[in-house]
Structures are given as C-alpha cells and as structure tokens.
Design a protein around this ligand. Sequence first.
Ligand code: F6R
Length: 260
Amino acid sequence: MIYDLRLSRAHDNLRLVVGAGAEECASIAASEIETALGERTNPVLGVATGATPRRTYELLVERGVSSDGVHLVLLDEYIGLAPCDRRGFAATIRRRLAEPLGIPPDRIHVPPVGRDQSHEPCEAFERELRDLGGVDLQVLGIGQNGHIAFNEPGSPLDSRTRVVRLSRLTRENNRSLREAGGNDDRAGEVPERACTQGIATILEARRLMLLATGERKAGILADAMLGPIDPEVPASAIRLHPDVTVIADVDAARLLPVIA
Ligand code: F6R
C-alpha cells in the first residue's frame, strides 16, 4: 500500500509517501536514492545515521547500486570517540555503506571532530561541501524531540556546521548504541557533544528526503509537518525547502491528515 500525496495545496514543495511498513519505506527510499545517484556524474549523497535509514542502506548494497564517483557527506558525528570506535557515525557509514559499495575514504566527508573545536574546521567543512558542488540528495531522520542531524530544539534556522551539546533525550535514545560490539546490545556511554551540520547547511542540499517509521515518531512528525515552522521543532524547517520527500510508514504517518 503506497499513498503518494501532497500534504495540502499549501505544501506543493513537499511530497509525502506513505508505505505500509518500514520495509516498504526502505525499498521506496532506496529506489529514489538509486535514481538520484544515476542522474548526475559524481553525485553527492548526504547520509543520516541512526536506526531508520539502516535498511535503506542495506538495500542499496543488496541491489549493488553503482557507486561510480559517488561522494558521501555525513550530517553529524560524535565528539570524543576514537576514530575506530564502531559507534561513531563515520565508522558506521564506512562499514554499512561505503565499504560494501566500494566508496573510498577520500569520498567520505565528515563534520570535524578533532581537537580544534574552533569555528575554523567547521567553516572548512562548509567550504568542502561547496567545493563538491553541494549535496544532491540529503537523507534525514527525525529525532523524537524533532531534531534533524544534531540540531536540537532551539537551534536557529540559520545555523551552520558547529559543535553542539546533545540533549538528555537524544543521549538516552542513543544510549543503546546497538551497533556497539557485534552482539553486545549494552549501552556505551553516549558522548555529550557532537559536530553537526546546521539547519541552514542542510537546507542548501538540492533535495531532502526525510524518513520516519514507527509509532514513536507519529507525534513529532505531525508537529513538524503541520505545526508552525519553529526552531523548537527543528525538523519543521524542512518545509522551507523547495523539494522535500517525506517517506513514512503508516504508524509514523498516523496523525497526518491524509491517513485520517
Ligand atoms: C543521525 C541523525 C539523527 C537521526 C535521528 C533519528 O545522523 O542525524 O538526527 O536521524 O536521531 O534517529 P533514529 O533513526 O535512530 O530514530
């Protein structure tokens, strides 16, 4: 079951695709990513980490999508993890997507998390994105508090790449960093800080694709899609973008009017 509806005439820039479940959403997302990668030479794919897009990336690998010239840009990274720590977002993307697809390390771009936490490395990262020609398609998840990347509630809509302190809710949600150590599901201590692309940085991508699955995302997805565009719900800012696809399963889309 796939609905493919505009949320309302007022939101012509925003397409909502509702899949029956997480698997169907992943399949739709993977197909759209594959198409987008095929449309350009040296395409730049912005990748979220977290649980939601995991199956999408698996499908890209299973389908053997072409990685010719593909660059990957991460949204965010924890500060304070060793570079080889499996819980790191860059390590996760390398393991789950880049290595299986054969994307070399020099085509993976990560917000800076080195010792120098001044503005300079963050500005250099923004320049790196511009030098790449910008992000063609940015995959996003949504935090239960409405964050996109690690732009927590209260993040300015004009924010750029910077170091941030993570909220207690985000750290709790990420506490069971299920990636940690193979079968070991136990929590690692979640770092308190991260470097994240800002909301304005994210909005510069040519196209945005936000994925949301599961009942626990229903309330915040409805706030983000239907409430005011408000820094307190950072994901609401995607509605300012001219080309957004939201892919949600019926559980996450439950409070959106198209399902009612
Ligand atoms: C991760 C990221 C975060 C996640 C969000 C949802 O790179 O940018 O904003 O997308 O925390 O995480 P999951 O998918 O685990 O619910």
